[in-house]
Design a protein around this ligand. Structure first.
Ligand code: PEP
Ligand code: CO
Length: 460
């Protein structure tokens, strides 16, 4: 890997990169496939498949992320911790879109900013794990790494990493995206269809009233504009979604990397991110990501050193392109204050400009005595509010949030308007990996963001 003090131009630095150059680096979190031949067959099949997204969509997203980095837009990135093959269903997809749409409406109205909607969907099928193996009753089996790799049931065959699952992941991603695009084109997010904006899941009257107030005033403004405008307002009432996933299983990402306009693009998603467990500057994931033209999300945590962060930015964005890097911070409510200010200063002194986004989920995970993983709404909110304050105090901008949420009525995180407690969690606990906000908690968080930003603007 080139050293950051190397005087080469960004173009020269790419001369030693190719979609497969990551293979010469240490690749963490990769499944141990039994047969190289099976993997090669799957990869060559994936290479034949059509792209899922286009370079011009990716370019447009990068421009919007650049605007968010200077406070002219707000990034809302959210979705499941891991998608499941058996949840590639119309109702699940539509419900997830609905909650993201409703949150974005609250944010647009409350922040007076355009919102970039990015789903953790249509490809979020692989998970990094802290341990390669899981033991139960004296038996050791490979850990579940997401439906793209193996199955969650605790059995030898289920846990065998199967390369053909990558083909299924591609197919489910394509089906998901197809439905999302169809809903968008078909006017799903058109404000004139209030049935898509209703709050079936919300039990709190306060939240309901607050939300309905926003929908009513937007509808009123729309009617007014339609009354005075000769043509229908199509751009205001159509909403687009971008896709994102963790670029974890590198043979898959490599196979969907295509050349266009003299650049390499990962056309399986608009916005790939590098997870915290694979973000080391000398590693294969960073090597892969440095050569693709997509905007890159980079997760950083309490153990990310200032010097590593500087190296990562130099390697991933030697040309200092605006919107290229989104730093997704996940420190935990107790850790953020000690770490974030120093990292903000480091990025500035390195001469980089990034979009800062806060992931208040992954630093706040707890395991209960019954083995369930959960997160407390108050800790999620506390990290988010501190992130706003710290950026503000450092003269920086928090331009986005990264959340794990679902449109289903699950009970995985405690707290929120309905006051979910630990004893309620088993009612609808469905996640096989991390606990998600349910739709009501997610909407409540959107209102909290608005409240926080307004109080900052008012100087209180
Ligand atoms: C995730 O986003 O699901 C995840 C594993 O996060 P992180 O890399 O920040 O731990
Ligand atoms: Co997660």
């Amino acid at each position: 890997m080139p050293h950051p003090s190397d005087p080469s131009t960004p173009q020269e630095l790419l001369a030693n990169w190719s979609p497969e150059s990551w293979r010469d680096f240490d690749a963490l979190q990769q499944p141990a496939f039994d047969e190289q031949e099976d993997l090669d067959r799957v990869v060559s099949q994936l290479r034949q498949y059509p792209p899922l997204v286009t370079p011009w969509e990716i370019d447009r997203l990068q421009g919007q992320l650049a605007e968010a980095s200077v406070g002219k837009r707000f990034l809302l990135q959210g979705g499941d911790c891991a998608e499941r093959f058996d949840e590639c269903r119309g109702d699940v997809i539509a419900n997830r879109l609905k909650v993201l749409l409703q949150m974005s409406l609250v944010l647009i109205y409350g922040l007076r900013l355009p919102v970039i909607r990015v789903g953790r969907f249509a490809g979020q099928y692989a998970k990094p794990r802290s341990s390669d193996f899981e033991g139960r009753n004296g038996q050791q089996l490979p850990a579940y790494r997401g439906d793209m790799v193996n199955a969650p049931e605790f059995g030898r065959e289920a846990r065998r990493p199967a390369p053909e699952r990558m083909l299924t992941a591609y197919e489910r991603s394509a089906m998901t995206l197809n439905y999302i695009r169809a809903l968008g084109e078909g006017g799903f997010s058109d404000l004139h269809h209030p049935e898509n904006w209703d709050l079936g899941f919300v039990t709190s009257d306060k939240l309901r009233d607050e939300y309905q107030g926003i929908v009513d005033s937007i509808l009123e403004a729309l009617r007014f504009m339609e009354a005075v405008s000769p043509s229908p307002i199509s751009d205001t009432d159509r909403v687009s979604f971008y896709t994102s996933h963790e670029a974890l299983i590198l043979p898959y990402e490599e196979a969907l990397t295509r050349e266009a306009d003299g650049s390499a693009w990962n056309l399986s998603t608009h916005f790939p991110w590098i997870g915290k467990r694979t973000n080391e500057p000398e590693g294969a994931h960073v090597e892969y990501a440095r050569g693709i033209r997509n905007p890159i999300g980079l997760k950083i945590g309490p153990d990310t050193s200032k010097s590593d962060l500087r190296t990562l930015l130099d390697v991933l964005n030697p040309g200092h392109l605006p919107g290229r890097i989104t730093l997704i911070t996940r420190f935990g409510a107790n850790g953020i204050e000690g770490v974030l200010p120093g990292l903000i200063k480091e990025v500035r002194s390195a001469g980089h400009s990034v979009l800062w986004s806060c992931d208040p989920m992954h630093g706040n995970t707890e395991t209960l005595s019954n083995g369930l993983k959960t997160r407390r709404f108050e800790n999620i909110l506390a990290e988010l509010e501190q992130a706003f304050d710290i950026h503000h105090a450092c003269g920086s901008v928090l331009g986005g949030v990264h959340l794990e949420l679902t449109g289903e009525n699950v009970t995985e995180c405690t707290g929120g308007a309905r006051g979910l407690q630990e004893k309620d969690l088993l009612e609808h606990y469905e996640s096989r990996v991390d606990p998600r906000l349910n739709a009501e908690q997610a909407l409540e968080l959107a209102f909290s963001i608005v409240r926080k930003c307004r109080s900052m603007r008012n100087g209180s």
